[in-house]
Design a protein around this ligand. Structure first.
Ligand code: P6P
Length: 317
């Protein structure tokens, strides 16, 4: 029996929130529609002139790829037409898009990185979409966006690789769905994902090792002495998905270029930390649990150490 992501969301909502009116499920259907649009564009990127730079730089000062722009527009469109959305925050947009509906309808704030790792697209390496869903509390929407990660009501990612996989949690386990192109639906393929308690892989860009705080390189040497191998794809969603399924530990430490870390708290670290913890793993910035960091800016960065419970707790600096 196949279970699609829509059916799964409805089952979960009925089981856990019998009072739910399906507005959350309707919201998530906007995400899966955008994911299918992005996937279709990526699959043909080499032959539909979708590769390469869009000739602009985004708010991060990064060169926008054509597919960054497309992915962002697809998500803004598919989510913006859902009346349950109070605001959208995208890595590609300097300011939030506030729709300011009535509080009783505009219940959700969605924060996303439309296409993470897009610099890898031209060489056909996995890229991903990452999303985080927050509840809109009473009061002005703009004051409600900077919520700590433990207040997320859902989080997930879509990994565009040899197959396209959607992974999500609503706080009661982690589930993975593989897009079946024959029927155009995401079908349950990874039920109740558990992040292995300990792994044998570590993942970090060691080109920056000379600029990491010393404790990192000392720890990497310890891991190597224990027989750990190294894997680094340079696309966060791909490196995280491998860690989620195989175990081990991923690091993006502070560097000279990014003393506060390179990865974003709201739409990269928080959603992946929610998933990691729901699957039995951990995520920290070495001083704090990622999900407890109080945000001060929608685009703020953080160091990220995430993965197996045993591996993450064994590291300190
Ligand atoms: P570096 C991709 O640009 C990205 O934002 C993440 O997907 C990835 O984990 C990281 O940057 C890679 O950064 O400095 O190792 O190239």
């Amino acid at each position: 029996m196949i279970v699609t992501v829509q059916q799964h969301i409805m089952f979960e909502q009925r089981r856990r929130h019998p009072e739910a009116r399906g507005r959350f499920s309707w919201l998530l259907s906007g995400l899966t529609l955008a994911a299918k649009m992005i996937e279709a564009k990526i699959r043909r990127a080499g032959i539909n002139d979708a590769l390469g730079s869009a000739g602009e730089t985004n708010v991060q000062g990064e060169t926008q790829q054509k597919l960054d722009v497309y992915a962002n527009q697809a998500l803004l469109h598919c989510l913006g037409v859902r009346d349950s959305v109070a605001a959208l925050v995208s890595e590609e947009n300097e300011e939030p898009l506030v729709f300011d509906p009535a509080p009783e309808t505009g219940e959700y704030i969605i924060v996303f990185d439309p296409l993470d790792g897009s610099s890898n697209i031209d060489v056909n390496v996995n890229v991903g979409t990452i999303f985080s869903i927050l509840r809109r509390p009473p009061g002005p929407v703009t004051n409600a966006i900077l919520q700590p990660g433990h207040q997320q009501i859902a989080a997930g990612y879509i990994l565009y690789g040899p197959s396209t996989v959607l992974v999500y949690t609503t706080g009661d386990g982690v589930f993975g769905f593989t897009l079946d192109p024959a029927i155009g639906a995401f079908v349950l393929s990874h039920n109740h994902i558990q992040l292995p308690h300990q792994g044998n892989l570590y993942s970090v860009n060691e080109a920056y090792a000379d600029t990491f705080p010393p404790a990192y390189s000392q720890h990497f040497a310890t891991l190597r002495s224990k027989g750990y191998s190294s894997r680094y794809i340079g696309s966060l969603v791909a490196d995280f998905h491998r860690t989620l399924l195989k175990g081990g530990i991923f690091f993006y430490p502070p560097t000279h270029a990014y003393p506060g870390g390179k990865l974003r708290l709201l739409y990269e670290a928080n959603p992946l930390a929610f998933i990691a913890e729901q699957a039995g793993g951990r995520a920290t910035n070495t001083n704090s649990r990622i999900l407890d960091i109080p945000p001060t800016d929608i685009h703020q960065r953080t160091p990220l150490i995430i993965g197996s419970l045993s591996d993450v707790t064994a590291f300190s600096c």
